[in-house]
Design a binder for this molecule. Structure first.
Ligand code: DGL
Length: 277
């Protein structure tokens, strides 16, 4: 497919497109290949072993397409698979390759948004149970208290095209109420799943006005700019001549193209990615 060296962007499904959009805006000159594992999404309720296996298979597929650098634009994969990939899989396969996640760059800056030092994090069951945000945020902002809420039905609603339909309101309100009942002083809400920005209008409607909503797209994009600045050995290895955007999916390409239209103005013609298990 791509004969050069694109930046790989991976998500279980369409959610990573919210991050890809911001990255492509901030770093327009590079070649990119996006892979959505839509056939096996959602990942959020799956076991550690399964999430690691699926993510690693997709990462290896992107490596075969020539990517020297891959962004896991998925909190669940970042929480459950990234450490094993970085510490075990990559050194065995090819230590020159890089795989980065979305949790650490978010944790590095999220404390700058709150005045009450109380943050709410919404994520998949996998992300919340991993405790990754609690641990990482404590690292950078030890005074901040993090309240978490899993929203297991949000990704299925989004992947099934229900994110802007009236039925979604019930589950948006339900999980927000559960989060806010944990503390009246939460003033910042982190959307700790890259799918959730698709629900942002409904989240805003059901959230008290004074609570800020933080999505990850721009945060991750800024962090990648900084990373490439600091790592010229990786940056020099990326192709940027054609600024090509390739989209690939492990399931129906027409469905994928429909979603991609929400984020990318030019018509998207995705290709089928066969991930061999
Ligand atoms: N976009 C993924 C995330 O950020 C969704 C995970 C899923 O497939 O459930 O967590």
């Amino acid at each position: 497919m791509v004969k050069n060296k694109p930046i790989g962007i991976f998500d279980s499904g369409y959610g990573g497109l919210t991050v890809f959009k911001s990255i492509a805006e901030k770093l327009p000159g590079y070649d990119y290949i996006y892979l959505g594992d839509t056939a096996r999404a959602p990942y959020g309720n799956r076991s550690f072993q399964t999430i690691h296996q699926y993510t690693w298979e997709c990462v290896q597929w992107l490596f075969k397409e020539g990517c020297p650098l891959i962004i896991l634009a998925c909190n669940t994969a970042s929480a459950k698979a990234l450490r094993t990939i970085q510490q075990h899989d990559l050194p065995n396969l090819d230590p020159s390759k890089r795989v980065l996640g979305v949790i650490r760059p978010t944790a590095e800056v999220i404390g700058n948004y709150t005045k009450t030092n109380q943050i709410g994090v919404l994520g998949t069951k996998g992300t919340v149970q991993s405790g990754s945000y609690v641990i990482e945020i404590a690292h950078f902002f030890p005074d901040i208290k993090v309240y978490q809420q899993a929203c297991p039905l949000w990704v299925p609603l989004i992947e099934n095209g229900e994110y802007d339909k009236p039925g979604a309101d019930y589950f948006v309100e339900k999980y927000l109420d559960q989060l806010l009942s944990q503390s009246p002083d939460i003033d910042t809400l982190l959307l700790g799943c890259t799918h959730y920005p698709l629900l942002i209008k409904k989240i805003r409607q059901h959230l008290p006005e004074h609570i800020k909503i933080v999505s990850q797209g721009e945060i991750v994009a800024e962090s990648l700019v900084d990373y490439l600045h600091r790592h010229s050995e990786i940056e020099n290895n990326l192709s940027r001549a054609d600024a090509q955007h390739f989209f690939t999916t492990t399931d129906d390409t027409a469905d994928f193209d429909h979603y991609a239209k929400l984020f990318f103005p030019a018509p998207v013609k995705s290709a089928f990615a066969e991930i061999k298990c």
